[in-house]
Design a protein around this ligand. Structure first.
Ligand SMILES: [Zn+2]
Length: 76
């Protein structure tokens, strides 16, 4: 089953697949033709095509809609 929802920058999502660092939690950082997500375990950025993103998302832990946009690259 593919989860389709209104993706927003700042969304905190759980993916079906475990990242090599052991985390399944990602934050949406960029939305366009591709969707950029950042691993909350190791901080790695990944770009996914929309279809791949929606296929990979298991659930939305925290919608980012209430957060101000931009802030694409937060300082580490
Ligand atoms: Zn990671």
């Amino acid at each position: 089953m593919t989860l389709q929802y209104d993706v927003t920058v700042g969304d905190l999502v759980e993916l079906r697949k475990l990242h090599p660092c052991g985390s399944k939690i990602w934050r949406v950082t960029r939305i366009g033709a591709d969707i950029g997500i950042k691993c909350q375990g190791c901080g790695r950025h990944v770009m996914l095509p929309r279809r791949g993103y929606f296929k990979g998302v298991k659930k939305v832990l925290e919608p980012g809609a209430s957060q101000p946009a931009a802030a694409d690259d937060e300082p580490r």
